[in-house]
Design a protein around this ligand. Sequence first.
Ligand SMILES: NC(=O)c1ccc[n+]([C@@H]2O[C@H](COP(=O)([O-])OP(=O)(O)OC[C@H]3O[C@@H](n4cnc5c(N)ncnc54)[C@H](O)[C@@H]3O)[C@@H](O)[C@H]2O)c1
Ligand SMILES: [Zn+2]
Ligand SMILES: [Zn+2]
Length: 374
Amino acid sequence: MRARIALLRSMGTARPYQDTKPLEIVEADLEDPGFGEVRVKMAAAGLCHSDLSVINGDRPRDMPVALGHEASGVIEAVGPGVTRFSPGDHVVLVFVPSCGHCVPCASGRPALCEPGAAAAAKGTLLGGERRLRYKGEAINHHIGVSAFSTHAVVSENSCIRIDKSIPLDRAALLGCAVLTGVGAVLNSGELKMGESCAIVGLGGVGLAGLLGAVAAGAETIIAVDMAEHKRALAQELGATHAIDPTKEGAVAEVKALTRGGVDLAVELAGAAPALKFAYEITRRGGTTVTGGLPNPRAEFTIPAVSLTVGEQTLKGSYVGSCVPVRDIPRFAAMMQAGKLPIEKLMTHRITLDEINEGFERLATGEAIRQVVVF
Ligand SMILES: NC(=O)c1ccc[n+]([C@@H]2O[C@H](COP(=O)([O-])OP(=O)(O)OC[C@H]3O[C@@H](n4cnc5c(N)ncnc54)[C@H](O)[C@@H]3O)[C@@H](O)[C@H]2O)c1
Ligand SMILES: [Zn+2]
Ligand SMILES: [Zn+2]
């Protein structure tokens, strides 16, 4: 069949994107699902900084690629061997398919699935295939999903079923912003009721993490970003304090507010200076979690002895250290109960044809989460 997709042919296009249009909307050929694969009719797909990082070259991928990785949809067809899904099921797509059998999967850490990571690096689905072609040329899949498409063929291991009562536009955010942000706070950071927490970087992922900190009952929640309007939104969402990290004395201010630093600082900005700030505001004996994805050349240095004398914990968090089959239904239930009001992060609803304008708004920082509604 034919699918309309957002195709990226080269990285590093100059801005503004509404003029230079790095993403081209084309009709591509989509093969039928193969063994263990399903075809999803996309309902909604969110614009995440990780997509922007492919467009601007910070996260290099093989071209051409059908971009997008945060999405929800409805199963339309199933390939041979698929037993867990049927047409009509509502699903959230997860950008690391887990094979279930490699060492990380078997250790309960599917976010680190090795065949999943290898397929993502090659631009294939988990089974090793590419199912999209444009004018005869094979198109790479973006981290097993390729969400900015009317239809996508994906591994069934990239899908998590959700209850049909959950609005599909919000459900899209469960696949990345919520899994990553809330997971970084609750799973990687293990935030406990009454603790103090800082979120550094207040985009869609960081603000989802902030909602997680509010839901977890953190007593002091410090929102950190240089963008004033994002700090203001964070305070509306439950942050007790907001700090501009570029302001003179910002680290000392956090330490004064928290009697020596926060129990947990979570970096969700994707910039090395943000990680440095998060580390510096973490209390002695506290934990710094980093979930941002800066350019691979970016480095971060700390005094080596500080880890020892402060008994600091410094921890990475990919996909929020989530187990999607456990955490998507868990976070969806929190959302349905009003404890994760992620609709408040959805600033724009756009069509597929408006996607370049959307990425320009993400690059300038004007938008939080924008969702393509199909
Ligand atoms: N770990 C994962 O699995 C995973 C998944 C999704 C996204 N990400 C990454 O998370 C990051 C955030 O994604 P997003 O979609 O929310 O991006 P975004 O562009 O919407 O938000 C990033 C925010 O960080 C702020 N920021 C930049 N430098 C800062 C600094 N030094 N101090 C404080 N704030 C700073 C920006 O002003 C912006 O508000 C990106 O790097 C993205 O690639 C990681
Ligand atoms: Zn993402
Ligand atoms: Zn695996």
